[in-house]
Design a protein around this ligand. Sequence first.
Ligand code: G3I
Ligand code: 9MR
Ligand code: ZN
Length: 564
Amino acid sequence: MSESSRIHVNQIGYLPGQRKVAAVVGPVNTRTFCVTESETGRVVFQGELTGPIADATSGDEVWHADLTALSQPGAYRLTVDGVGTSPVIRVGADVLTDITKAVFKAFYFQRCGMALDSSHAGPWHHAACHTADARLPNPDGGWLDARRPHRGGWHDAGDYGKYTAPGAKAVADLLLAYAFAPALGQVSWNIPESGQGLPDVLAECRYELLWLLQMQDPATGGVHHKVTTKRFPGLTVMPEDDTDEWYFSPISATATASFAAVLALASRFYRPYDPAFSRRCLQAAEHAWAWLAAHPEVPGFRNPPDVFTGEYGDPNDADERFWAAVELYRTTGRAEYQDAAIALCNGRVFNPYGLGWADVGGYGAIACLFAAGLEDDEAGGTRLTPAPAHEWPFADELRAGFLALADHLAGRTTESGYLHSLREEDFIWGSNMEAANRAMHLFLAHRLTGDERYAQAARHHLDYLLGLNPLGQCYVTGFGSRPVQHPHHRPSVADGVEAPVPGLLAGGPNRGLQDEAARQHLAGRPPAKCYLDHAGSYATNEIAIYWNSPLAFALAAAWFTPAG
Ligand code: G3I
Ligand code: 9MR
Ligand code: ZN
């Protein structure tokens, strides 16, 4: 029977002990399903479909085939008479290895300021880019003739800009992934620094941190919001051919505070490997805090009138300040930071569980609820461990709220045909980040409590991103039976290589139809189907470092958390 467009599964595979559910889009005229070995056709078992669920965000009538019984490693297919067969369903302890490495390796592919050579980049090699210094802003508007370096770091997304707060979120996710799953430190994905003593994950983060350090104004400690050209280059321009002048945008409070937070966090991770770098991170973080203390009220960043790259505007800097205060306290133990964190949390005007580029309160909560960093590793094993409750007056309340949200998300997966927790209003630009962030939140809730329900719901969010969705789309380039093939990613469009750079997560369905291609092809579709694998669709099919990073966390967590 032919492969059906009405049977959706995680196209990468399932861990043996994990709950496994396939979605069959109705109508169906039989309740029986059959599982066979994909190579031999041998029947493994038969079962009964359950359902249907009227799936709210896709409009689909969804039946479920429970494949949890497939615990023997292998490759299988599901068949439903009158509907067809599924893509190959892999089961095994190692099914996540390749994709996890690729999703981490994607940060190497985003590197700016150095040549990517073919021994590491394969066919996606290219020359060094964006090596010229950038103009500084005039405090009274306009630009100075003075220039400063901005070497290194990761290109933000499908464009080549480098933006401070999004970069901080991305680094935080990768460092937390390492703290959550320390075995990641033994995994290598072939980057230039591999095998030189520092785990690949820390080497990759250091590449971004060394760029971030250059975003700080050495005189005041304030941090520039971003460094970019004035306009986006064309879609077919390779990074090394993007030779327009670069500009540091003015300092912003959100950039300065997220910089302080992530550098204070990083300082703890590098201490055992490179004490001088660790100290440098902490000094920079404290200098940034001094700027924040001297600037308690700062208007939100707006693009200078002649700059048209991503704005990342965010009028509320309280969550960034909270995150910074908590991380600085964790790293230094100084009462000043603890007091500041308590004051910011008590007068709370932000979501303490947000993990987005604009809402980083959740990173503050994580830093309160967990002890993260290598110095906590004396007991051996897991480094991200629940923190003692007595450190913060609000710890119990924060923990209860963290778990209440996890309960809520886990509950919603049981109402969805595709086992995710997204609602109509969540299908905005970068909805796949929201799904990956929720997987991260749920894995953390599992770590706090040991409650398997949370881990299961977390894995279902991964299933969703990897193919268990109404479009049967694996949202990662280079992986799955239906991978993303045409991301809005300049190197992938411009490099003359047919396959896109691998390991990149697309933004995903966005009912806002915020680009021409989406408006042309997706009008009238239900929210979860507002996705287009088209290089022109930047509002659904761009990629971004801070979308990849929670996926990297979730994959590492899933890989190293025994299922069942
Ligand atoms: O938060 C509101 C929500 O309250 C509202 O209901 C909903 C309805 O549309 O919108 C939500 O805001 C959206 C916001 O993202 C949420 O994060 C906006 O519509 C949406 O336009 C905005 O999109 C951002 C986009 O830039 C445009 O500014 C994306 O988050 C952000 O990831 C994206 O970032 C771009 C950079 O600017 C440039 N580099 C590439 C990068 C990725 O596409
Ligand atoms: O390529 C740009 C992408 O990185 C941004 O996220 C997006 C929204 O700011 O804008 C893209 O650039 C488009 C521009 O906004 C409008 N003209 C077409 C550009 C895409 O080639
Ligand atoms: Zn570059």
